[in-house]
Design a protein around this ligand. Structure first.
Ligand code: HEC
Ligand code: HEC
Length: 308
């Protein structure tokens, strides 16, 4: 929140509530550690007993009490140094930044410092080609850090993907596995378009073509009678993208159907669903977010994954 959009009322509301809380905790500690009249003497039994366990009236351990006092002191010092009490900005002048003053924020300043430090390293790596960088330990370490930051959420920290998110480490590439193709996938993103063909094929046709796809993958759950019915339909509707032999086409992102490796699952049901309804996987473009040089190092890391 920035200091301009907090009204006076809320400013004091936060101040009073925060300080009252700290004072309340302090009071609670004093109160619990004080001896009260009528209480059992220190070290004596209180008279409470559960299942044969009796309670002694021992004071709180000193170190434990001190921990409490120290945390209270810490809170007070923190609130003097940093923003926390309503509109009060803290004497260090730290702020997380806002639309009005982003350039001066702590975050941006730290980012600039990091940029100055790492820029020469990335620049040096950007001059080398991807396949040679892919054998450079430092480049791969840096690339892996970038990967974990930007890519692991979808492709997994081991790069083995998940349903709908391709495995980047198995040597099977939907959009091509050359250095340039991998770089293109990262910088510009990819937008797959597999049309739904339920209307063209009918239920029976979908079933037949699906069995033909199983057969292409060398699966023993393919029904050969259905598959041979499916073959002509495949040649008519599918070979334009997936190729006459089912080996796929990197330019269109049409997967190799003979590899028995599936982006959307290899069960008969999943394959029928793909054929009937189509699929439209999207790999977002990262060029702008990463910049040329980081994208280059990251490409080398991804390139190295299936070549280890
Ligand atoms: C216009 C080009 C095009 C046509 C025509 C086409 N496909 Fe596809 N197919 C694709 C693309 C692109 C993908 C990848 C979809 C994605 O990544 O979201 C795909 C994906 C698939 C998949 C999923 C593979 C996996 O790994 O899960 C199967 C199965 C498939 N197609 C079979 C077929 C069959 C069978 C036909 C004909 C009935 C067909 N396709 C027609 C382009 C096409
Ligand atoms: C929001 C999820 C998401 C994120 C984040 C993401 N990807 Fe992807 N990526 C995908 C999807 C989905 C596809 C498959 C698109 C399709 O169906 O063809 C893909 C495809 C790819 C491909 C092409 C794979 C092939 O077989 O040709 C590469 C390479 C790739 N991603 C690398 C990366 C890298 C490197 C990053 C980190 C900068 C990244 N991805 C971040 C979702 C994501």
């Amino acid at each position: 929140m920035n200091e301009h959009d907090m009204s006076t009322f809320w400013h004091w509301w936060v101040v009073v509530l925060t300080l009252a809380n700290i004072a309340g905790i302090y009071w609670l500690i004093l109160w619990t550690s004080k001896k009260r009249p009528g209480e059992a003497a220190e070290g004596a039994e209180t008279g409470h007993s559960w299942d044969g366990l009796t309670e002694y009236n021992n004071p709180l351990p000193r170190w434990w009490l001190w921990m409490f006092y120290i945390t209270i002191l810490f809170a007070l010092v923190y609130l003097v140094l940093y923003p926390g009490l309503g509109r009060y900005a803290g004497i260090l002048g730290w702020h997380s930044g806002n639309e009005l003053n982003l350039a001066d924020s702590q975050y941006i300043r730290e980012q600039q410092r990091a940029e100055e430090r790492y820029q020469p390293i990335f620049a040096a790596m950007a001059d080398r080609d991807i396949s040679s960088l892919a054998r450079d330990f430092d480049a791969l370490t840096t690339g892996r850090r970038l990967y974990l930051n930007y890519c692991a959420t979808c492709h997994g920290s081991d790069a083995r993907g998940a349903s709908g998110f391709p495995n980047l480490a198995n040597g099977i590439w939907q959009w091509g596995g050359s250095a340039e193709e991998i770089r293109h996938s990262i910088v510009h993103g990819r937008q797959a378009a597999m049309p739904g063909l339920a209307a063209a094929l009918g239920d029976e046709g979908v079933e037949q073509v699906a069995h033909y796809v199983l057969q292409l993958s060398g699966r023993d759950d393919a029904n050969s009678a259905l598959a041979s019915e499916g073959e002509s339909k495949y040649n008519m509707f599918c070979s334009g993208c997936h190729g006459a032999e089912g080996k796929g086409m990197a330019m269109l992102g049409a997967p190799d159907l003979t590899a028995n490796t599936w982006l959307y699952g290899g069960s008969l049901g999943a394959i029928k669903k793909t054929i009937a309804e189509g699929r439209a996987g999207v790999m977002p473009a990262f060029g702008e977010l990463l910049g040329e040089e980081r994208a280059h190092v990251l490409s080398a890391y991804v390139y190295s994954l299936d070549r280890q």
